[in-house]
Write a protein that binds this ligand. Structure first.
Ligand SMILES: Nc1ncnc2c1ncn2[C@@H]1O[C@H](COP(=O)(O)OP(=O)(O)OP(=O)(O)O)[C@@H](O)[C@H]1O
Ligand SMILES: O=P(O)(O)OC[C@H]1O[C@H](OP(=O)(O)OP(=O)(O)O)[C@H](O)[C@@H]1O
Ligand SMILES: O=C(O)c1cccnc1
Length: 465
């Protein structure tokens, strides 16, 4: 499926048609942000921006989309407008791969209201999913430390989501994927082993291993748990590894896919080493996630490579990242969305986010949100608790939201997935460890400038019943 401008919710087009008739030149500012960290963690990895920008640069309605909309009662003057529809707006954003936190703008769209509204669904769809999966991948990377991590999730992904999940996995810290299409399109490393069906088809495990090693000797990994891991699979793999040595090749590894992975990995390592096969790596798979891998590490399992599928690409146990897109300014005037739940009250105005740095350039643990017109601020207040505030005097800072698209043209340099992954890694190195732990991570502070908070509170009072 090619993404066209019809990759949106019907209500966007219903609203757009009304804007078209009543305020076609309305200028809007929308904020993209999420309200709580996925997986009860301390951060998220912002992912999907390059895809969004690429799609926006070429976004059009197809002839077939317009015919479909005609059947849904959209009038011809509006359909004529949609025929020439393009996104001509500006986007300021955090960099893809950056570490981000709840309740502060990650990206801001400033555009004609019709354009800004129509793109909302696509933007949320791509950013929410990839940010969720990259964050999950990063948690798995945190547990796996220096081990190699391979994404094996395509078959278990939510349909075509698997395509973007593989990209997000790399940005979150994975090394490769089994997903051929994603590897091809995103220039990421493709890798793989073999399935049980291959060994089953032979009936004879040794012959299956022999044929595989002969035809595909490079990066050859033999799956050893089809019949009996230690008594059959491993013994046959050792036989084939020795035969490969005679042929001038080296077996890359053996894969464990069931049973007690710590016990089996320890036994396998010992037996391989005794056979002078210290170079043969141990690959493990089977419903792994950050917790199982952490436990395997703690048990001293000598696993070199982890293959992770289901739990990675479905973002288990979080079904989705609840990122939202809220109007903060219209035709130069601030707008707000109220809620019974104070944390859900939106922030008005076009804004900038300042990341506070300590003397060593590490993240200090606070982002300050200010009105764009204010410039950098030296003081921030808790968004809701009047007793909490913080002086920012003397701290270094970074202005987080940078121009990435101007009048519909991408202005940020394109980066490969590997470059984004490296950037993400360098940003995570600046985030102190206490924000990365799984249990009760330290809470990163988000503060508002005094002026922004005052303006927000004025608007709250203005709209309060
Ligand atoms: N030593 C271990 N410590 C912690 N978790 C482990 C360990 N070994 C395996 N696991 C995990 O425990 C779960 C075991 O899954 P399951 O009960 O399906 O057993 P299985 O060995 O896969 O059986 P099957 O032969 O049906 O595949 C998996 O999620 C696996 O990753
Ligand atoms: O467990 P996951 O984290 O989702 O990782 C992917 C799983 O997919 C494969 O199993 P499957 O039974 O689909 O095929 P197989 O016959 O090749 O093992 C593979 O062996 C892994 O166990
Ligand atoms: O290459 C593998 O071992 C692989 C790929 C997809 C799913 N399970 C395993």
């Amino acid at each position: 499926m090619k993404i066209t401008a019809a990759y949106t919710d019907l209500y966007q087009l219903s609203m757009a048609q009304v804007y078209f008739k009543t305020k076609p030149d309305g200028r809007a500012v929308f904020d993209y942000y999420y309200r709580s960290n996925p997986f009860d963690g301390g951060y998220a990895i912002f992912t999907g921006l390059e895809n969004v920008l690429e799609i926006l640069e070429n976004l059009k309605f197809a002839e077939s989309d317009l015919n479909f909309l005609k059947q849904h009662g959209f009038e011809s003057a509006f359909l004529d407008y949609l025929k020439t529809f393009r996104f001509n707006g500006n986007i300021r954003s955090s960099r893809e791969g950056d570490v981000v936190f709840p309740n502060r703008p990650i990206l801001q769209v400033e555009a004609n209201i019709i354009e800004a509204q129509i793109i909302e669904t696509m933007l949320l769809n791509l950013l929410n999913f990839q940010t969720l999966i990259a964050t999950k991948a990063n948690r798995i990377r945190h547990s796996a430390k220096n081990a190699t991590l391979l994404d094996m999730g395509l078959r278990r992904a939510h349909a075509t989501g698997g395509y973007y999940a593989s990209r997000a996995a790399i940005i979150g810290g994975f090394d490769g994927t089994s997903n051929v299409k994603a590897a091809e399109d995103f220039n990421i490393s493709a890798s793989g082993t073999m399935a049980h069906s291959f060994i089953q088809s032979y009936g004879d495990e040794l012959q299956a291993f022999r044929d595989f090693a002969k035809v595909r000797p490079k990066n050859c990994v033999l799956l050893i748990d089809t019949y009996n891991t230690l008594r059959s699979g491993l013994q046959n793999a050792i036989t084939v590894a020795k035969e490969m040595e005679e042929a001038g090749e080296q077996l890359l590894g053996v894969r464990l896919d069931s049973g007690d992975l710590a016990y089996l990995a320890k036994q396998t390592r010992k037996i391989l080493d005794e056979a002078n096969l210290g170079y043969v790596k141990i690959v493990a798979s089977n419903q792994l996630d950050e917790y199982v891998i952490k436990s395997l590490k703690e048990q001293g399992a000598p696993i070199d490579i982890y293959g992770v599928g289901t739990n990675l690409v479905t973002g288990k146990p979080d079904a989705a990242l609840g990122g939202v897109y809220k109007l903060s300014e219209f035709n130069g005037t601030p707008r707000i969305k109220l809620s019974e739940n104070i944390i859900k009250v939106s922030l008005p105005y076009k804004k900038q986010v300042y990341r506070i740095l300590d003397k060593n350039g590490m993240f200090y643990g606070a982002d300050a949100v200010a009105m764009f017109t204010e410039g950098a601020v030296d003081y921030m207040e808790h968004p809701f608790d009047a007793t909490k505030n913080m002086s920012l005097k003397g701290f270094d800072y970074e202005a987080v939201l940078q121009d990435v698209m101007t009048e519909g043209k991408k202005v940020s340099p394109s980066r490969t997935v590997t470059e984004i992954a490296n950037y993400s890694k360098s940003r995570l190195e600046k985030l102190p460890e206490e924000y990365k732990r799984f249990q009760n991570p330290h809470i990163y502070k988000i503060g508002l400038s005094a002026q922004l908070k005052q303006e927000r509170d004025k608007l709250v009072l203005k709209h309060k019943f």
